[in-house]
Design a protein around this ligand. Structure first.
Ligand SMILES: Cc1cc2nc3c(=O)[nH]c(=O)nc-3n(C[C@H](O)[C@H](O)[C@H](O)COP(=O)(O)OP(=O)(O)OC[C@H]3O[C@@H](n4cnc5c(N)ncnc54)[C@H](O)[C@@H]3O)c2cc1C
Length: 487
């Protein structure tokens, strides 16, 4: 190995553009031609508190890493894989590889921050330089705080403060290095027997392979992310504010899983959206605000590390949520997961999720409201199911949105505001195109019959479609009664 060895750690930042850690390491290597740059991805399911990925995310991660490995190779950098406790793995590899510098993009949950802080301390004790850089947000969470000095609990002032700071231009990709990645890879593997191949991370489902719908729907990786962004800017952006709530038409960006895995940075997304027009329109402003919600969710998690386990507003921990240890609740929950509730819009959403790893935002709100209010089940059950099945399952957006719908979250919808899935269906899927697509038992009916049946039952019109699990009006009253008893 050469005099300086730079090890780049990839985690939630699976891209080569607008990547400060990558730019810094390659910049140093360009200035010191005897330097070597190596990259490492550790599948860390062992560090205490780090949440193991759900099934759909694991599938996405595999494919994203395939592309990252190829892109890095084109830059002259070999990407290695390992599994275990991140800090231990890096420590065990650093001596045989002669690592002199570590570079990584920052992460923002408490267990991840603690792990990275421990790594920095360890590196210092070994005389290794450790450099961390801004990660997957527009601004570092500690750079934004209200005058009170606490943190923002309401979205609007948060977004106003963030927007006032402005958004930077993204960086490009680095210039390729002259080092030979294949030769380096061979040399490194000889010295480190613990390194694995990507296949050995075992991220893909095999028994059974349920990923057919995901494969059909998505192109994970940086190229897919840039293509989705360009397609959105050239297409759905115009009219976004008006169309974004209608699940039958593809009117949103579908960037969420790409942002989740850091295949594109939010700065790049906003820059491309902003550059596409000369003045901000209602569409661009609305879109930027949605990206702002992502940022707000991360702000909340940064200040409330247990957001996926504990109610943001502590008093809500005493709300009588139904738990899954009761057999009746288990059955209700199972029917919800499988899209067999007998409520067409809810079932359409849950089946879309199962098949594609995605669900439209409007429908996410409806199914979450149905679970927490009509079925009176704990929002954490739904959050966990989404965590396992969404390709964009996110440590911040998922719990924050679940708590928003349930009523226990920051700036949340009040509990007594209960989405009526039938009214929502009539309003946002008037022609029932979305419902027909995902609920074939109803596909032969007219939109009028579908919406009427959702209220009055289908009887012989749709004998294969399940009867409603609960009566919507009665369950709504029960939810309101539970709320007023608890209040
Ligand atoms: C119960 C529930 C759970 C959710 N879980 C997740 C999750 O795990 N991961 C996730 O990325 N989003 C989650 N969302 C938010 C939202 O549904 C998705 O971000 C959105 O549907 C993604 O589609 P899109 O990329 O086409 O969105 P667009 O409408 O194109 O929005 C652009 C980007 O803004 C961000 N965004 C939009 N809406 C929200 C929001 N409400 N909260 C936070 N960020 C938002 C996303 O990064 C999105 O990619 C959840 C919403 C609900 C109601």
């Amino acid at each position: 190995m050469t005099t300086s060895v730079h090890l780049l750690l990839f985690r939630e930042d699976l891209r080569t553009r607008d990547h400060r850690a990558l730019l810094a390491a390659t910049d140093l290597a360009h200035r010191h031609p005897d330097a070597t740059v190596l990259a490492l991805y550790v599948l860390d399911e062992e560090t205490e508190g780090i949440r193991p990925l759900g099934g759909a995310s694991r599938w996405w991660l595999h494919h994203s890493l395939v592309e990252l490995q190829e892109s890095l190779e084109n830059l002259g950098i070999p990407l290695f894989f390992a599994r275990g406790q991140g800090t231990d793995i890096v420590a065990s590899l650093s001596a045989p590889l002669g690592v002199t510098h570590l570079h990584w993009s920052r992460r923002y949950t408490l267990p991840e921050r603690s792990a990275d802080a421990a790594l920095k301390t360890w590196a210092k004790s070994q005389g290794i330089e450790a450099h961390s850089y801004a990660g997957h947000l527009l601004h570092e969470p500690w750079e934004v705080s209200p005058a009170s000095g606490d943190f923002y609990k309401v979205f609007t002032p948060f977004w106003k403060a963030i927007s006032a700071q402005g958004f930077r231009e993204p960086y490009g990709a680095p210039e390729p290095l002259t080092q030979n990645p294949a030769a380096l890879s061979q040399e490194v593997r000889k010295q480190c027997a613990t390194l694995l191949s990507l296949e050995e991370l075992d991220l893909l489902p095999t028994r059974p392979d349920w990923s057919g719908g995901l494969k059909q729907r998505w192109t994970p990786g940086e190229k897919g992310a840039l293509a989705a962004c360009n397609e959105f800017v050239d297409g759905n952006l115009e009219g976004y504010a008006r169309e974004r709530d209608f699940p039958a038409a593809p009117s949103t960006s579908f960037l969420s899983p790409h942002l989740r895995f850091g295949e594109i940075s939010p700065a790049t997304v906003l820059y491309r959206v902003g550059r596409s027009i000369s003045v901000m329109t209602t569409d661009t402003t609305r879109f930027a605000t949605e990206v702002g919600w992502r940022e707000f969710c991360w702000h909340l998690v940064f200040h409330n590390p247990e957001l996926h386990e504990k109610e943001f507003r502590a008093e809500w921990s005493h709300f009588p949520w139904g738990k899954a240890d009761n057999p009746e609740n288990k059955e209700l929950f199972h029917a919800w997961c499988r899209g067999l509730t007998g409520v067409p819009l809810v079932d359409a959403g849950m089946r879309e999720l199962w098949e594609t790893g995605y669900m439209h935002n409007r429908v996410r709100m409806v199914v979450a409201s149905y679970l927490t209010k009509n079925l009176l089940l704990d929002w954490k059950l739904g959050e966990k199911w989404f965590w396992d099945t969404l390709v964009d399952a996110d440590l911040a957006s998922n719990p924050a949105n679940w708590q928003w719908v349930a009523g226990s979250g920051a700036d949340a919808a009040p509990y007594f505001r209960i989405f009526n899935p039938v009214t929502q269906g009539k309003k946002f899927d008037e022609e029932a195109r979305y419902i027909k697509r995902w609920v074939p038992e109803l596909a032969h009916l007219s939109a009028v019959e579908i919406h009427r049946g959702a209220e009055q039952g289908y009887g012989v019109l749709a004998p294969d479609y399940p009867s409603p699990l609960v009566d919507l009006k009665f369950s709504r009253q029960e939810a309101l009664a539970a709320y007023s008893d608890w209040k």
